[in-house]
Design a protein around this ligand. Structure first.
Ligand SMILES: NC(=O)c1ccc[n+]([C@@H]2O[C@H](COP(=O)([O-])OP(=O)(O)OC[C@H]3O[C@@H](n4cnc5c(N)ncnc54)[C@H](O)[C@@H]3O)[C@@H](O)[C@H]2O)c1
Length: 256
């Protein structure tokens, strides 16, 4: 397929659902060969099915971003399948309700919940950067990486201290890596979505959608494709001067 990512090899984490799936599909539409990774391997294979049905090329790889050996294997299997890695979207993540009851203030969070949140949403991104950058440096020719942060990487949100801390960490990791690898031609940015309709946000929106949407100037949630289009562009050579940036896509939430 021809497009802004023609001939590039892309690795997507969290590619089995939501924003990751939509981005894998858009990257393939734009000509990339896509490694769709996720701990939910069967659902990642479904994403691959969507890509193949549209005439693209993809492979599914199972793996948990909190396990260093899994991340190393995801990168190795991508290289074994497609020869190199030019672009990566480090997007796998969890919301607060995956680690404990919703609505907890900071003093009510357990250490286990806090640690698990950081393991997936921050350490997972670090491990992906570590192995992707090692591969990009070894092959030469630069690369482009986008990490999924959030508006929660830029502002505080009540009852989400662990999520907010992890996402602020992603913004910091992104800036440091951008500086370190600028001379190697590797660009590192993050995307900062506002509320997007995915399985992750379903229950929260059912419970307090009205309250949330009242704070969004566009008065609606985003759809995954609206994040995907930006990520594909950020991974392409069209974004050649963009590095270390936080790209907010939130219907105006952060501006209000
Ligand atoms: N949906 C939103 O409103 C929103 C807003 C801002 C940021 N984000 C971020 O976007 C990213 C994608 O979220 P989404 O809304 O598409 O959610 P989602 O639940 O639809 O998809 C997340 C995917 O990540 C995978 N995953 C979770 N933990 C993993 C692990 N340890 N190893 C490998 N894969 C793992 C899941 O299996 C799932 O397929 C997350 O980082 C999330 O924090 C989402």
């Amino acid at each position: 397929m021809t497009g802004i990512l023609e001939g590039k090899v892309a690795l997507v984490t969290g590619g089995a659902s939501g924003i990751g799936r939509a981005t894998a599909v858009v990257m393939a539409r734009e000509g990339a060969l896509v490694a769709v990774t996720d701990r939910a391997e069967a659902d990642a294979a479904e994403t691959v099915g969507l890509i193949n049905a549209a005439g693209g090329q993809a492979i599914a790889i199972g793996g948990d971003v909190t396990r260093e050996s899994d991340v190393a294997a995801m990168v190795a299997r991508t290289v074994a399948g497609f020869g190199r890695i030019d672009c990566a979207f480090n997007n796998a993540g969890i919301a607060g309700r995956a680690v404990g009851p919703p609505g907890q203030r900071t003093h009510e969070l357990s250490q286990a919940a806090f640690d698990r949140m950081l393991a997936v949403n921050l350490t997972g991104v670090f491990l992906c950067l570590k192995y992707e950058i090692t591969q990009m440096l070894s092959q030469g020719g630069g690369g482009a990486i986008v990490n999924t942060a959030s508006i929660a990487g830029l502002i505080g949100l009540a009852t989400s201290a662990h999520y907010v801390a992890a996402k602020h960490g992603v913004v910091g990791l992104t800036k440091s890596a951008a500086i370190e690898y600028a001379q190697d031609g590797i660009r590192v940015n993050c995307v900062n979505p506002g509320y997007v309709a995915t399985p992750m946000t379903k229950e929260t929106i059912e419970e307090r959608g009205e309250e949330i949407l009242a704070k969004v100037p566009m008065r609606r949630m985003g759809v995954p494709g609206e994040i995907a289009e930006a990520v594909a562009w950020m991974c392409s050579d069209k974004a050649s001067f963009m590095t270390g940036a936080s790209h907010v896509i939130d219907g105006g939430y952060h501006a209000a």
